[in-house]
Design a protein around this ligand. Structure first.
Ligand code: ZN
Ligand code: ZN
Length: 336
């Protein structure tokens, strides 16, 4: 990758402006697309992010030197025009637009198109010459159902367990997916409990103004049989740990885009899977890319080889760029 943005050992670099976007190694100036751990890392001298990313970044990274921007707000960095635009992925998630001498590049970070909810601003396509896209679900088999039918399924699962005095344990990443679940389920079915990692994140987001239904943190005081008919939201890494014992009797489900793949659920040892993602599906990726009007596409983060080949066949100047972005690791949090 060469041009206005290029690829360095530390991450995606803008030489004209002397800054990095989502660097994976410590640098002086880092522009952050969103607060997930693979994009927002520790050790940068200065961070710039959408203002709604900041509370979670501080929660996860501790005291950092960070400035906030609003969507569409123009920032000038050493003569390079920079602005952040909604990515529809998680709270504060942004595509970063970089303009210099009439050339426009957009780094999309992770993004989700189509239907959104109040947990984050919906994706907006941004016109550019070169677009750096993720490809987490860059295969035609990935196709998301509507929020209405997805949550009808989740509510039906929870209701039937509640009627049998069982708990419904739903595994969802603590930042992003957990809040999407909370925003979509019907809280009148029963009480909602959370794992500490999820509740800590909820607290940060509620303090920042996000409206979520009432949830109760599960603590050491909860013994097996105390909780009945509840929906319990926990990070995937809590699956199969001793923490689960106090939730008995229960059934489990995973909320993930990967649940669209047959066999994945069994490998992950859950009773059920719901196809819920904070990334774009196949149609979403293709639509988003077409809308940018970009000729040059750099593909990373997922099925990059297959997807860039597909884009080339569609007439794009598409190639793979190697980054160190990937699924979130939450092992540490789950033991908290
Ligand atoms: Zn992400
Ligand atoms: Zn990512």
């Amino acid at each position: 990758m060469t041009g206005l943005l290029s690829y360095k050992a530390q991450g995606i670099y803008c030489e004209a402006g002397d800054f990095f976007i989502d660097p994976w190694r410590p640098v002086n100036k880092a522009l952050i697309t969103h607060a997930h751990a693979d994009h927002s890392r520790w050790g940068m001298k200065q961070y710039l992010a959408h203002h709604r990313s900041i509370p979670v970044m501080r929660h996860r990274l501790g005291e950092i030197n960070v400035s906030g921007v609003e969507y569409e707000e123009e920032v000038n960095i050493n003569g390079v025009k920079v602005s952040f635009h909604p990515a529809g992925h998680i709270i504060g998630s942004s595509q970063i637009r970089v303009e210099y001498k009439g050339e426009v590049w957009v780094v999309s970070g992770d993004y989700r198109t189509g239907e959104s909810d109040h947990t984050c601003a919906p994706f907006e396509p941004v016109k550019c010459h070169a677009f750096i896209t993720e490809s987490t679900f860059g295969l035609p088999i990935f196709r998301w159902q509507t929020n209405e039918s997805l949550f009808a399924d989740i509510n039906a699962w929870w209701s039937s367990l509640a009627r049998n005095k069982k708990n419904a344990v739903l595994f969802a990443y603590s930042l992003g997916k957990a809040q999407r679940v909370l925003a979509g389920v019907d809280p009148s079915i029963g009480p909602i409990y959370t794992h500490g990692a999820v509740e800590n994140t909820n607290e940060v987001l509620r303090a920042d103004g996000m409206i979520l239904p009432e949830t109760t943190r599960i603590t050491q005081d909860h013994k097996s049989g105390d909780i009945k008919g509840a929906l319990i939201i926990a990070p995937p890494s809590a699956m199969g740990t001793p923490w689960m014992k106090r939730l008995q009797p229960y059934e489990t489900a995973i909320a993930s885009g990967w649940m669209q793949v047959r066999g994945m659920r069994r490998r992950r040892n859950a009773d059920k899977g719901f196809v819920l993602s904070d990334h774009a599906d196949w149609e979403g990726l293709n639509h988003a890319i077409a809308e940018t009007g970009a000729e040059r596409i750099y593909v990373t983060h997922g099925y990059s080889d297959i997807y860039s080949k597909y884009l080339s066949e569609q007439g794009y100047d598409a190639r793979v760029v190697e980054t160190e972005y990937g699924e979130e690791q939450e092992e540490k949090e789950a033991n908290a």
